[in-house]
Design a protein around this ligand. Structure first.
Ligand SMILES: [Fe+2]
Ligand SMILES: [Fe+2]
Length: 348
């Protein structure tokens, strides 16, 4: 492993771009007052699942892989996926650990301990695969050096809930596809995805229960925030996935089809807690995501080429992106009646 490759991966993980996974801080004191008693029964059942820790051995198994077997044409996009995933997993780990450290509330500290445990395993596992490929992210460096974004607890619930559930939907969609089409499984890490995504699903359940225990988070003006986070998360995913065409080609998948399948699953899951869903089948929605993607490609080109004219172009393009985002934000949403019992099973 050379010094340069290690730094390049760590540098990529540290970079703060609009689309890259971030690290978060929050108001820990406010989390002290989370009261899960309205959902106590479901909460205890969920914590019993965390305690059983059925995936303990799963991430200890070794990945057998000869780096020479990685198809050259997929290498760049695959490494990009792994580095972005390890950053996201580790970001969860750091956030949950920090909350645990700062909070005395026994329900929350026990939960955060279990989730940090899972995310640390996930991050470590991806990093082992990266190491095998001659690249690794220096997670300690990341923790010290990456910029942290402050989110109020409410935003942490919306954003983290969504990213856990979307993580589940992505992993299970890839897993099921490769189960049906094993000839596209170019790396063994995808064999781990089924158990893995059940961890993510459970993490999402925790935030669903926290929000259901505090229904004011799901009413009034907060519905505007939920709408915002849904759109921001969906749009980011769409643009990012389309920036890795070779990866999806290697999967034998169309990234657009993949993304809409993931949206469908995520939308179905979020009915457990969000009072509204986005209509991702609306042709205006689909056209808007395509526009955002094209603008993002143009911004990247302008950035690469540099120069004064291109900085101006970038500014104009960013305004354009904001206008498209605004238009998508104003599209009609679908109302959702919350089910009596918030718990859901990972049935996809
Ligand atoms: Fe994870
Ligand atoms: Fe997670």
């Amino acid at each position: 492993m050379t010094e340069t490759t290690l730094n390049a991966a760590t540098e990529q993980a540290r970079a703060d771009t609009l689309l890259a996974p971030r690290f978060y801080r929050t108001d820990y004191a406010a989390m002290e007052s989370i009261d899960v008693s309205p959902v106590r029964k479901q909460w205890d059942a969920m914590m019993a699942e965390f305690d059983r820790d059925e995936n303990r051995e799963h991430f200890r198994k070794d990945i057998q892989f000869d780096p020479a077997d990685l198809p050259e044409e997929v290498r760049e996009d695959f490494l990009d996926l792994l580095v972005s995933s390890v950053t996201a997993e580790y970001s969860g780990c750091v956030l949950y650990k920090e909350i645990e450290k700062h909070v005395k509330n026994p329900d929350i500290s026990r939960l955060m301990n279990a989730m940090a445990r899972d995310e640390s395993r996930h991050a470590g596992f991806i990093n082992r695969s990266l190491k095998q490929l001659g690249v690794a992210v220096d997670l300690g460096f990341l923790k010290r050096e990456k910029a942290y974004t402050y989110f109020s607890p409410k935003f942490i619930y919306y954003a983290t809930y969504l990213s856990e559930k979307i993580g589940y939907a992505r992993y299970i969609t890839i897993f099921r596809h490769l189960e049906r089409n094993p000839q596209f499984r170019f790396h063994p890490i995808f064999n781990w995805f089924e158990e893995w995504c059940n961890d993510e699903f459970r993490h999402g359940e925790a935030f669903a229960l926290i929000m259901r225990a505090h229904p004011e988070l799901l009413r009034g003006r907060n519905k505007l925030w939920i709408r915002f986070f849904l759109l921001a998360v969906y749009a980011t995913m769409y643009v990012r996935d389309h920036s890795r065409p070779k990866l999806y080609k290697a999967f034998g998948m169309d990234p657009t089809e993949f993304d809409y399948r993931v949206f469908d699953i995520t939308t179905a899951i979020t009915r457990q807690v969000f009072p509204l869903t986005l209509d991702t089948d609306n042709p205006i929605f689909r056209r808007g995501l395509e526009q955002l993607r094209l603008i993002s490609v143009a911004i990247d080109t302008a950035k690469r080429e540099g120069g004064v004219l291109n900085s101006l172009r970038r500014a104009v393009l960013s305004l354009k992106a904001a206008a498209v985002f605004g238009r998508l934000y104003l599209l009609p949403t679908q109302g959702n009646e919350l089910p009596e019992d918030a718990r859901m099973a990972p049935a996809w």
